[in-house]
Write a protein that binds this ligand. Structure first.
Ligand code: ADP
Length: 944
């Protein structure tokens, strides 16, 4: 997204927000408008009816007048010309005229009253139209603020009714589509320019290294050698004595250094004695043995490369240098060549561009709707939270009340609690407090009401135990990130961040594990919140280049005497920069697995900073991931704060420890995992700033209402039918005879010790023994483990024929069917930094049965045992959980799950399918947490 464009849109958005009104006001205006419209319609109908009458009356009048004139004329004529006309006749005529006069009078009267009525009505209509125009203008002004103008997907979205959200989403979609089209066209332009430059360069090199149209006595091209033409070429087979003097001669022709299209072998024919080509040179006339062929020069060719062979297979390849002839393209002005290239490429890529634009548009619309839903849910659930505001989204120029529950927080024992805060990430001139908080409306809560400035976009606040800060003061500052509440309708530009992720994995172009998913999804979510985000990754030779939109070369820099070529593009609409050092570090066919990984990634991380410096890139946050890019945290990039996220503590512990110490923000992928590794020697020294933020899932990929791998799309309204269809398809595919009314228990996992292999095996026995169907999709990297699972699968097939399905492979489409078709998903991991499968399962209305560890603890709340934690976090009870690592431990959870399922009334009252399906595990909330930390660190760094 271009900065200027983005800012302009933001400005538009802000201006629009400045006059935002509430839904109630809008509704009342709409109501008035409705009445006015009804009144107007009735008046218009009335006046039309009367105008018609008037017209009819006028017409009749005209006819009568005509009649009367005719009659009078006839009368006059009769009087003069026809003495036979009797007095009786005249009398009759006079009577007729008199009666017609009378009728005319009545009609005139009627016409006059009608006319008066019409005038009156017309006045009324004018008045109504004026009124209507005024209302229309008012309404438009007001609705502009509710349906924000298309721009960045600004947060917060003003939540109004579903229709407005849908319209808003549509306008985002149109904008996203347009942006993508413009972006891809820009890329084609940039590529075309660099293509033509390269072309010229190649040609110059070739010409300077001896490419020519003619080499006397050896070969001649006859006429102009231009793209899209056929030219004749002649060759003397006596050029080298090693060429056979018998049989045919062949020309082998290629273009652009043999790189354009496939090379061709062309049979040559002897040049006739009287051929006009003989006139070229006396050597052709008098010497040698000349052969001729025609060569077709393709469009886009800038050099012709060629060698000759004889029937015996000897090649004259100019002593290993091949022969080269320049193609005459230079005569055309550069602009013409560039625009021709742009035209051709646009035509060639039209379908791809449209597909890409449509995809971006659909995604933008979906995300806008999801964000609106997330805001509605958050506001509904906020009253349960320890800290919340009323209203959830404040209104610029209005009032907001901060509600605080000290219990369970760092100020639980404080005598008095004060609150202080400001606006716009503490960048606003106004601030409030520290003010003493008063008793709240519910027991155990305190509250403070503040006025929201007209140019506020976000409220920032924290709590303290004294009204004047001193070294003894204790704070509840949300682990240093402070608390923040969205404000809508603020004037001016909302503050935004420039974030750069430096990472060695990014989904889907170079994904090995979860880190790749986090990088892409977090970057995209932050971008959708209105910030400028970029991801820098190595340019691996093995990466999925097809998934990089608008891939193009963007320059180069030199790092440690190595040239680093820089490429750019977009991955899932996130700008990416790919670094390709000329030392070949990333041209080795893999991401990891080399003995020198630390050298390769160390070089990459420093090179990324060098490139950013050479570009004078303005950066607020540099976000590093795991040990591979941890050195970015001590790279001293000017003015930037640094973040380091820990995805896996198994490797590179020294680099992680150093990174943790140097960074401003240290995070890992779930709060519980953060607590579990807090005392690890790599983390312990930095534990004060160490925060766990759970990962999200990609709710686009995992979406039961639009999942191409499911037989029936579903949401909470038809979940039972949708899940049953998926289960039937799953059983059909795995050859399972699934009895009606029995539950399906599933596992989707790498089969390693971390994932609790012994518990998975035990659960399989237990589930089948209790009448459930069991399915497993997993791959075991360790052959010993695979062997155990093969034996288990065989045994179960014997003992419970047709009741289990085991697939030992990686199969994403099948995993979708399992998530949708199962009733329960087991995740008995020994440790789990975050874990995605339990969240994916819930997205499909499948109830998780998990071990209480890491991210599993933060996302699954036992229906019987986690009431308190559920209330604290606002996440409803949603699954079955066990502690411990032994088989009776997992039995405790699995048995309760199956009991609940078999007890139909209880199962229905638990309503777990719908409950899990409606949970929001998207990146929406986690991204907000990262953003809060980014702002906090930046403020600290820049001393504000
Ligand atoms: P981890 O990264 O430790 O393997 P996560 O739960 O974080 O575990 O992520 C696992 C991801 O891999 C999920 O998206 C899951 O669907 C997928 N997955 C695991 N095994 C398979 C498999 N055999 N086939 C398809 N997808 C799998």
């Amino acid at each position: 997204m271009k900065v200027a464009e983005t800012e302009a849109r933001n400005q538009e958005l802000e201006d629009a927000k400045a006059s935002m009104v509430s839904k109630a006001e809008l509704d009342s205006v709409k109501n008035e408008l409705k009445h006015a419209t009804i009144g107007r319609t009735a008046a218009v109908e009335d006046s039309e009816r009367l105008a018609n009458m008037l017209q009819a009356a006028k017409r009749e009048l005209e006819v009568l007048t005509l009649d009367k004139n005719n009659l009078q004329q006839e009368l006059a004529e009769a009087a003069t010309k026809s003495p036979q006309v009797s007095a009786g006749d005249i009398e009759l005529f006079e009577q007729l005229v008199a009666s017609q006069k009378e009728e005319l009078g009545t009609l005139r009267d009627l016409a006059d009253t009608s006319m008066a009525k019409v005038n009156e009505l017309e006045e009324e209509i004018d008045r109504l139209l004026d009124e209507l125009e005024k209302r229309d203008a008012e309404l438009e002004e007001k609705s502009r603020t509710t349906t924000s103008p298309p721009g960045l997907i600004e947060s917060p979205i003003a939540v109004t009714d579903g229709v407005v959200v849908k319209q808003q989403a549509r306008s985002y979609a149109d904008l996203a589509e347009e942006n993508v089209r413009a972006r891809l066209m820009d890329t084609i332009k940039v590529e075309a320019m660099s293509y033509i430059d390269e072309d010229d360069k190649r040609l110059k090199e070739k010409v300077s290294s001896g490419a020519r149209k003619t080499t006397d006595g050896v070969y001649y091209f006859v006429g102009d050698v231009r793209p899209s033409t056929r030219v004749r070429m002649i060759y003397n087979r006596e050029t080298t004595s090693r060429m056979s003097r018998d049989g045919q001669v062949f020309a082998h022709i290629g273009f652009n250094g043999w790189s354009l299209g496939v090379s061709k072998k062309i049979g040559m024919t002897p040049l006739a004695h009287d051929a006009k080509e003989r006139d070229i040179d006396h050597r052709v006339r008098d010497q040698g043995s000349w052969w001729i062929c025609e060569v077709e020069i393709p469009p886009g060719a800038s050099t012709v490369e060629f060698v000759f062979s004889d029937a015996a297979g000897f090649y004259d390849n100019n002593n290993g240098k091949d022969y080269h002839c320049p193609v005459e393209v230079e005569n055309l002005p550069r602009e013409h060549r560039i625009s021709a290239r742009i035209k051709a490429e646009t035509e060639r890529r039209r379908d791809a561009i449209e597909k890409c634009a449509k995809r971006a548009g659909e995604r933008a619309a979906r995300h806008a709707e999801m964000r609106a839903t997330a805001i509605i849910r958050a506001s509904e659930g906020s009253a349960l939270m320890r800290v919340h505001t009323v209203p959830y989204q404040g209104k610029a120029g209005g009032e907001m009340t901060i509600v605080y529950r000290a219990e369970g927080g760092p100020l639980a024992d404080a005598q008095n609690i004060f609150c202080e805060g400001s606006w716009n990430r503490w960048n606003h001139g106004d601030s409030f407090g520290p003010s003493l908080m008063q008793y709240g409306d519910t027991p155990g809560t305190l509250k403070l009401t503040v006025n929201v400035p007209a140019d506020a976009h976000v409220m920032d606040f924290k709590f303290l135990n004294e009204d004047v800060a001193s070294p003894r003061t204790r704070y509840d500052s949300n682990n240093g990130a402070d608390y923040h509440a969205p404000v809508i309708g603020g004037s001016g530009v909302a503050p935004k961040l420039n974030v750069v992720h430096i990472a060695v994995e990014m989904a889907p172009i170079c994904k090995v594990g979860g880190m790749g998913d986090v990088v892409t999804a977090l970057a995209r979510a932050t971008q959708e919140d209105g910030h400028n985000v970029e991801v820098i990754v190595p340019h691996y030779d093995c990466m999925l280049f097809d998934a990089v939109d608008g891939y193009h070369r963007a320059g180069s820099c030199v790092h440690h005497n190595v040239q680093v070529d820089v490429f750019k593009g977009w991955v899932e609409d996130v700008p990416v920069t790919l670094l390709r050092p000329k030392n070949g570090h990333f041209d080795v066919g893999c991401v990891y697995g080399r003995h020198d990984d630390h050298v390769r990634f160390g070089f990459f991380t420093e090179a990324a900073l060098t490139w950013m410096r050479s570009e004078n890139k303005e950066v607020d946050i540099i976000h590093a991931h795991d040990w591979q890019t941890a050195p970015a945290t001590w790279g001293n990039y000017p003015k930037a704060a640094t973040a380091l996220t820990l995805h896996n503590l198994q490797f590179g512990v020294d680099l992680i420890r150093r990174g943790m110490e140097s960074c401003d923000i240290a995070t890992t992928v779930s709060p519980t995992y953060a607590d579990e590794v807090r005392s690890h020697h790599a983390v312990a020294p930095s534990q004060d700033k160490f925060v766990g933020i759970r990962n999200g899932i990609d709710t686009d990929i995992w979406n039961p209402s639009a999942d191409e791998f499911l037989p029936v799309a579903y949401d909470s309204s038809n979940a039972i039918a949708g899940k049953a269809a998926a289960a039937a398809e799953l059983c059909k595919r795995l050859g399972i005879q699934h009895p009606k009314g029995a539950p399906i228990v599933g596992v989707v996992s790498r089969l390693t010790a971390q994932k609790g292999i012994h518990l998975i095996k035990h659960a399989c026995y237990r589930a089948l023994e209790r009448g459930a169907t069991f399915v497993l999709l997993g791959s075991a990297p360790d052959p010993a483990h695979q062997h155990e699972f093969n034996a288990l699968a065989d045994e179960m097939k014997r003992k419970y024929p047709g009741r289990s399905g085991f697939m030992f492979k990686y199969d994403e489409p099948l995993s979708h069917l399992i998530y949708a078709g199962c009733d329960f998903l087991l995740v008995p991991s020994m440790f789990e930094p975050c874990g995605l499968t339990q969240m994916i399962a819930m997205r499909y209305g499948t109830v998780p049965v998990v071990r209480r560890t890491g991210g599993l603890r933060d996302t699954v709340f036992d229906v019987e045992n986690d009431g308190e934690r559920s209330a604290m976090t606002g996440v409803p009870l949603n699954g079955f959980v066990f502690d411990g690592t032994e088989t009776p431990d997992i039995d405790y959870a699995l048995n309760r799950a199956l009991d609940a399922f078999y007890d139909r009334p209880r199962w229905q009252s638990l309503n777990l399918v719908e409950r899990t399906l409606n949970l929001d595990w998207s990146w929406f909330e986690p991204a907000k947490r990262y953003e809060d930390l980014y702002w906090g660190a930046l403020r600290h760094k820049r001393g504000r």
